[in-house]
Design a protein around this ligand. Sequence first.
Ligand code: NAD
Length: 352
Amino acid sequence: MHPLQSIGEHGHEEIVYFSDRGSGLKCIVAIHSTVLGPAIGGLRMWPYAHEDEALRDILKSSRAMTYRTALAGLNLGGGKAVLIGNPEQDKSEALLRAVGRSIGSLGNRFIAMEDVGTTVDDMDCIRQETDRVLGVHPVHGGSGDPSPFTALGTLHGIRACLERRFGHSEIGKASYAVQGVGGVGYHLVQLLRTAGAKVFVADINQERVEQVVDETRTEAVPMHQIYDVDATVFAPCAMGGVINEETVPRFRCQIVAGGANNQLESNECATELEKRGILYAPDYAINAGSLMNLAVELEGYSDERARHRVATIGGIMRRIFERAARDSIPSWQAADRLAEERIESIGRIRRL
Ligand code: NAD
């Protein structure tokens, strides 16, 4: 099936293809939903072989963003943009400004942010043509490095998980196996250690592990053994797909809660985790700290307001677990339902 035929099926509002010979622009913007507000989405730059391939990619991720913003309680919808080209070779000021003019022409329907293949500098360049871009440099009102906020949100989410599973929310009373100590993982380890928790870490980058172990007094675990660690919480903070058929039977933890995106190989893996008595924190709910932080730029950035917003992740997680228990459904499904209900109810008011 041609990807354009699946637009109705995914419920997209609008797909726009921008092209400009002079700058070499080939850019597709997918607006999935603007029910809650302008659609926000990453601007990815990637050398797709064909437009169809790019389109397939953004149809899925723009829909996922609608769920993400809705569950995070933001007044934003879901979208995504792709710029077809090689970020190492094809980027130029003219191209980025052409992207800016294209996004600007959509009015208040789409807001772009950094993604794979684009940088803060690129957002600054786009900003010369439109203010419908977030994640610019802090001197222009940007929110800066998102990782500490993702880690902070994850910490709030972990508290809610502990409360659900053990009836207390004391971080220091539990132990943690953190996979990946890059931007998010490192900041999470710092927060956990500050609370006095026992932490095990693993990373593909051995030098990084040594640095983090040295600085935070944690224990290193060989990369492939992190799933087998006898810790209360497994916190995936590296790549996607780590909760899969091979790893689920190995887990000795009671909670899986981390900042990585797309943690589940399939929804069935999360259902299987829960059958084994392991509480799963849906990834797009617990790692929404970066998005919440970014959204604060729309009102004029303030670190205090960003932290206040990120703290709401605890309440969001609690609502997910309550709904899962009430409807006897897995937590990933409860998260989706809450997102759908918010869109539906706000959509109803807007139609009045
Ligand atoms: P990063 O690149 O800074 O860190 C990732 C770390 O994981 C690196 O240290 C890398 O060496 C390590 N790693 C890679 N493969 C590994 C493996 N097989 N086993 C163990 N370690 C491995 O990335 P980040 O910004 O910290 O993001 C981490 C995850 O969180 C990603 O899935 C990302 O999509 C997600 N996320 C990040 C943010 C953010 O604010 N940065 C926001 C939301 C979601």
